[in-house]
Design a protein around this ligand. Structure first.
Ligand SMILES: Cc1ncc(COP(=O)(O)O)c(C=O)c1O
Length: 439
């Protein structure tokens, strides 16, 4: 634990960007659920079974088996993490001038699409942009919006539609099975592929089990597999659902695309049977995949997120509703209505929370959204959020109480909070390294 004085100095030194804090200065770390979960005893045992052969490691074949069994994809290309897979799929499928519709953007995914010459177009349901809408499947695609994109640009310019389970930037919101099935029917009509950002697919499956009629008797494992079966391929950041500290992959059903991806991975990641991961990491990942689809695990994991969400709702704090799966998202526009979006309300709110208690959260608003490539103007997302992301199997409910009480304290004192100005802006993914000063 640190003093308020210590934290004030630390966040100033970090340019009011929680990504630039040292973890030793953090008490409860809710920056991200990426690579921060606790591996199980079985996963740690798996590390000891690492086969570090350069080529054809037995851990690769175990991982391939897990991906085929639990997710149903035919081919596996390991990568060092999710964005490695995004890079490869974007480079092999997107050409200059292409359009990639998706259920809301994700920072690294969109950047890789743009670097390959494509343009992302948002086709998520309108409810996803409204933090107060109680629509249960805010990850759903608005099929009319998608149809309009197809009509405007033509299917030939759409190499694939990018579908995330769950939708991170919308607040960890799930897509429904019904919507996925309808989406499959529509894309089949035009021969458009679905590439699945399956980073939190098991969490999405759990929400379907809880909320969608007809799935209460299905297991998370069965629903996960059914979601994957409706898609053509996937990018995976294994650092989330699968609870490893590092790792990811690209999974594909199409033989020809797989051939291209397998060739490209050797340029940027490593040989096609390790792709940037050590053998031991692939073993821990194979085991983590099996653990991630267990119903009891998912009930505890999402249950903890909901425990925190319900506390904050009791305190009257504005958060994205309904509560999603991997974190609680504070609605910074409603929290700090006196701070205009140009003065980075979510950025300053994350900094104030850190100063209050040493809890580290992150901005998911105007800073994360970046600038319009053509005009150079800021994107102004409707959602201006602070994400309190819960690592899996790490914290207790008592930690959640501390977090809730601190958010409550900051909320009581919200009128004293002023905005920030950006004094350093990196060219790519600015939220990671941008620096700010108090107005
Ligand atoms: C939905 C989603 N897609 C892709 C990624 C990128 O994965 P990684 O951080 O492993 O590169 C992340 C993680 O931050 C994510 O949450």
């Amino acid at each position: 634990m640190t003093s308020r004085d210590h934290r004030e100095k630390a966040i100033k030194k970090a340019g009011f960007n929680t990504f630039l804090l040292q973890s030793k200065d953090v008490y409860i770390d809710l920056l991200t659920d990426s690579g921060t979960s606790a591996m199980s005893d079985r996963q740690w045992a798996g590390l000891m079974m690492g086969d570090e052969a350069y080529a054809g490691s037995r851990n690769f074949y175990h991982l391939e088996e897990a991906v085929q069994h639990f997710y149903g994809y035919k081919h596996l290309v390991p990568t060092h993490q999710g964005r490695g897979a995004e890079h490869i799929i974007s480079q092999i499928m997107i050409k200059e001038g292409d359009i990639i519709p998706g259920n809301m953007y994700f920072t690294t995914t969109k950047l890789h699409q743009e670097l390959a010459g494509g343009k992302f177009v948002d086709v998520i349901v309108e409810e996803a942009h409204d933090p107060d809408s109680l629509y249960p499947f805010k990850g759903d695609v608005d099929l009319d919006k998608l149809q309009a994109v197809i009509d405007e640009y033509g299917a030939d310019r759409i190499p694939y539609i990018a579908i995330a389970t769950t939708v991170n930037m919308a607040g960890g919101q799930p897509i429904s099975m019904k919507n996925m099935q309808e989406l499959r029917a529509l894309t089949d009509k035009y021969g458009i592929k679905i590439i699945h950002d399956m980073t939190r697919v098991a969490e999405n499956a759990f929400m379907i089990q809880q909320k969608e009629a007809g799935y209460q008797d299905k297991s998370v494992a069965e629903i996960t597999r059914a979601l994957c079966d409706l898609t053509d391929g996937a990018t995976m950041s294994a650092k989330k659902d699968a609870m490893v500290n590092i790792g990811g992959f690209l999974a594909l059903n199409d033989d020809k695309l797989f051939d291209e991806a397998r060739n490209m991975v050797v340029i940027f990641e490593g040989l096609h049977t390790y792709g940037g991961m050590a053998g031991r990491d692939m073993e821990a990942l194979a085991i983590g995949i099996a653990e991630s689809v267990q119903d009891d695990h998912m009930k505890a994991r999402v249950g903890q997120v909901h425990y925190l969400g319900n506390k904050l709702l009791e305190f009257g704090v504005p958060i994205v509703k309904p509560v999603g799966t991997h974190g609680i998202f504070l609605d910074a526009k409603a929290f700090l209505p006196h701070v205009a979006q140009d003065y980075f309300p979510a950025q300053v709110l994350a900094a104030e929370l850190y100063i209050d208690s040493g809890v580290r959260a992150m901005e998911r608003g105007i800073v994360s959204a970046g600038r319009n490539k053509e005009t150079g103007e800021h994107h102004y997302p409707k959602l201006e959020l602070v994400r309190l992301t819960i690592p899996r199997r790490v914290y207790t409910q008592a930690h959640m109480d501390v977090v809730a009480e601190s958010v409550g304290t900051v909320y009581e004192n919200r009128e004293k909070i002023n905005g920030l100005k950006m004094v350093y802006e990196p060219k790519y993914l600015r939220f990671f390294q941008a620096r700010f000063e108090k107005l």
